[in-house]
Design a protein around this ligand. Structure first.
Ligand code: NAD
Ligand code: MG
Length: 386
């Protein structure tokens, strides 16, 4: 029987690729709900194609416009209430919303005991203490979509927990891997948006250029797999073929390899525990292939170090890190601050961090708000100083 699937963030990079996966396995999946932030025309076109019973638009002021464009009988909802209804409506919930806005989907899906196919790392990072308390609801489960964590999830199927020594997360290194500190001071928006191996939404593309994405992924791995930070390593691997690795206590390392194609981890998470028959990203061994590895540089890419520090500090520090980064990236994307200021904004926010703990959704929202306030202040100061 086909499983009922909800796609949150359906109009984005991951969302569109998920629809491609669903079209490739029509007997496996039935889309029952879709959600997007504000792209009414694309969301409506997806609803006409997939015929879900529910569509959700983040921006409530657009709900009327959306209702006019979806097939008759489709329920239209908006905002947090809509996202929570989406999360309850399906067996498998893909959270491919970008940023903190994805929090209601993560929490509501797990509380309702659904399988959460998680691309939205920001919600897990900001609300880790809450996620870990709702994660064990009957039926509730997280299957990672992020390619590195999906790789580790696959490697872990080959061993017992007691056999795991370290997780090794690979990083492409982004477009600026080979630039000096001086050259990094002059990179522009177009340079940051030109990722060498992955075609992704703008926020994560910038995060990949600063290595903040890798830092967020270290925290994500700590939360998903429960290993302490000193057993989570990062290695730069420019070809993005080895998606991550697990080292065993006897020195053996197991890796997952494929061409960089997000449809593979998306299909893995939607179909888990069974694999799909549609193949994405299989390697071609008839041509030469070289794989390189090098340690990351935490001086030139301070965001990686800041994220690792925030992860180790725990409490609301990861929430502050992620929120400040969202603000810094937004300021960079609108050309208000240079690329090199992103890490400065995040570092200043972590200086302002008030060491609070997180024990309710209100605490997460408050941490997010205060971190953004701090980040906006620093961004404005740097903007005027430039
Ligand atoms: P994107 O910018 O292409 O798409 C974001 C989606 O979120 C859009 O559909 C947008 O409408 C929706 N959205 C934004 N605000 C919303 C709101 N308030 N309510 C409902 N929907 C809202 O981003 P993306 O590249 O697809 O990334 C999505 C998530 O997946 C991010 O957390 C990213 O870190 C993660 N991820 C992406 C990739 C990738 O290859 N793109 C890989 C790994 C992880
Ligand atoms: Mg990733």
């Amino acid at each position: 029987m086909a499983s009922k699937v909800a796609l949150a963030g359906s109009t984005g990079s991951i969302g569109n690729q998920a629809i491609d996966v669903v079209h490739g396995a029509p007997d496996r999946f039935e889309v029952v709900a879709l959600a997007a932030g504000s792209d009414v025309s694309r969301l409506a076109a997806q609803a006409r194609d997939l015929r879900p019973s529910l569509v959700v638009i983040g921006d409530a002021s657009l709900a009327g416009e959306l209702a006019e464009q979806v097939p008759r009988g489709t329920e239209v909802m908006s905002g947090t209430e809509g996202l929570e209804a989406l999360a309850r409506s399906a067996d498998v919930v893909l959270n491919a919303i970008v940023g903190f806005a994805g929090l209601p989907v993560t929490l509501a899906a797990l509380v309702a005991g659904r399988r959460l196919a998680l691309a939205n790392k920001e919600s897990l990072i900001a609300a880790a203490p809450l996620v870990s308390s709702v994660r064990n609801a009957a039926g509730g489960e997280i299957v990672p979509v992020d390619s590195e964590h999906c790789a580790i999830h696959q490697c872990l199927r080959a061993c017992r927990e007691s056999e795991v020594a370290r997780l090794v997360i690979t990083a492409s290194g982004g477009p600026f891997r080979e630039l000096s500190q001086d050259e990094l001071a002059h990179v522009g928006l177009g340079d940051a948006l030109a990722h060498p191996t992955w075609d992704m939404g703008p926020k994560i593309t910038v995060d990949s250029s600063t290595l903040m994405n890798k830092g967020l992924e270290v925290i994500e791995a700590h939360e998903l797999f429960g290993l302490p930070y000193d057993r989570i390593e990062v290695v730069v691997h420019p070809q993005s073929i080895v998606h991550s690795m697990v080292e065993m206590t006897d020195g053996s390392t197991i890796a997952q390899l494929s061409r960089p194609d997000m449809r593979l981890p998306i299909g893995y998470a939607l179909g888990y525990p069974e694999r799909l028959c549609s193949s994405y990203g299989a390697l071609d061994w008839s041509t030469a292939l070289s794989l390189d590895f090098e340690p990351p540089d935490r001086e030139r890419f301070a965001c990686l170090r800041l994220a690792e520090e925030a992860g180790r500090a725990g409490g609301s520090a990861p929430a502050w890190l992620s929120a400040a980064n969202e603000e810094a990236v937004a300021a960079f994307l609108s050309a208000r601050i240079p690329w090199s200021a992103i890490s400065q904004v995040v570092a200043a926010a972590l200086e302002d961090w008030d060491q609070a703990v997180i024990s309710s959704v209100g605490d997460v929202v408050e941490a997010d708000r205060r971190a953004r306030e701090s980040a906006r202040r620093t961004a404005m100061r740097l903007e005027h100083a430039a």
